[in-house]
Design a protein around this ligand. Structure first.
Ligand SMILES: Cc1ncc(COP(=O)(O)O)c(C=O)c1O
Length: 393
């Protein structure tokens, strides 16, 4: 099966953002793209079959969520995340970031405070800002090589900045951290106590490596359901970002009503037929593919970790417990943070994400996407080696 993931697919002649924006974003049309979070793997055979069937047998008119889609989400979330969902708890969106924007508009008012981690996935701050709310950040502290939340700081910010919403990347992008049950309880208890709505973005929550258990706050205490909105999509795990389908899980009817109002106001209440069919085929028919994917990704992750251990042991990195993103500290290069991306392009022709985009505290970090065939990853690591060697010597 791993041969499927070994196949190198030429994406340069498609409209892939990852491959076709290289010149515009990185100034090099030949850079090896290991940046934005999509995978260079073909979709599962079951997804492709379902989409072929759709084209052959149906008409692409306006659609509403099918029963099969709803059931596939309900079963997947029950099996993997111990969540009991009713059909009425589900709402749809073209994307998780779009859903985040709707939540910000629906559940907070202009100029109110929204708290996010530093560092965290870049659109968390931009979505809040572009909707005229105030962004506050709470630092993630590195302890024993991993990010930990600073609960005193969070509580202080809740009080001082009258925070109305906390947006959590669960698990954490870019650090790949899976928050433990205890950590989620501490955070969500604080949210409940201070009447802060918790948005739990769980888009990476099915990209989990062996020996790690992942939790959703709503599965931990019944009372959390009043305060938490969960956002999810099959798009990261099954490589469907272009199919444009994500979903909200909302238990609180009042929050759900507010979200639906903004969905109507912004005409975001329709659903993509392609996304619906692909998501259903992913959740209900692609379990074997998913299992094999995780085995392949785990080997890729270990390869990157072994590379740094062997070649550059001075480099600090966070071995991800989830996601296909490798977060490493490039401080040993002694390059100013705003020159890091450029240096990786100039010396190695490799496109990585700069840590500065995720927060002040991670300016010296770089993020590498290892969801690609092994031969491509090996080429990428050679290029990184060239960068480190040419800057050091
Ligand atoms: C934490 C997180 N949320 C959301 C997204 C994007 O979601 P969508 O493409 O559905 O808007 C990403 C993409 O990498 C992500 O890492």
């Amino acid at each position: 099966m791993s041969q499927i993931f070994d196949e190198v697919i030429d994406r340069t002649k498609t409209n892939s953002v990852k491959w076709n924006s290289r010149e515009e974003l990185f100034g090099s049309a030949t850079a090896l793209p290991m940046w934005v979070a999509d995978m260079d793997f073909r979709n599962s055979a079951q997804i492709r079959l379902a989409l072929h069937k759709l084209i052959d047998e149906e008409i692409l008119g306006y659609a509403s969520p099918s029963n099969a889609l709803l059931e596939s989400i309900i079963c997947w979330q029950k099996e993997r995340h111990q969540m009991t969902i009713n059909k009425k708890n589900l709402l749809f969106s073209p994307g998780v970031v779009g859903a985040l924007a709707v939540c910000v508009q629906a559940l907070t008012s202009p100029y109110e405070g929204v708290l996010i981690h530093d560092p965290v996935y870049t659109p968390f701050s931009s979505v809040v800002q572009s909707n005229n709310r105030r962004v506050y950040r709470t630092p993630l502290v590195i302890e024993n090589g991993q990010y930990r939340m600073d609960y005193d700081h969070i509580e202080k910010s809740f009080k001082e900045n009258s925070i109305k919403m906390f947006i959590l990347s669960n698990p954490h992008n870019p650090g790949g951290r899976i928050w433990s049950k205890e950590e989620l309880i501490l955070l969500t208890d604080l949210c409940v106590q201070h009447e802060v709505i918790l948005i739990s973005d769980e888009i990476h929550s099915d990209l989990v490596y062996t020996d790690s258990s992942i939790y959703s706050p709503v599965s931990l205490k019944e009372e959390y359901k009043k305060w938490v909105v969960t956002l999810h999509s099959a798009s990261k795990t099954f490589n469907l970002a272009g199919a444009k389908l994500a979903f909200y899980i909302v238990y609180n009817d009042k929050l759900k009503e507010k979200i639906e109002t903004v969905q109507h106001e912004t005409e975001q209440n329709s659903i993509s037929t392609f996304g619906m069919v692909a998501t259903e085929a992913a959740f209900s028919k692609s379990k074997e593919w998913h299992k094999e994917l995780m085995e392949y990704l785990e080997e890729n992750r270990n390869l990157v970790a072994d590379f740094f251990d062997k070649e550059f042991p001075e480099v600090f990195y966070m071995k991800p417990e989830s996601t296909y993103l490798f977060w490493f500290d490039a401080s040993s290069l002694h390059i100013e943070s705003d020159k890091l991306t450029e240096t990786f392009i100039q010396k190695g022709d490799i496109a990585l994400n700069a840590g500065a985009a995720y927060g002040e505290s991670s300016k010296q970090f770089m993020r590498l996407n290892f969801a690609c065939p092994r031969s491509v990853l090996e080429e990428g690591l050679q290029r990184i080696k060239t960068v480190f060697n040419s800057v050091k010597h």
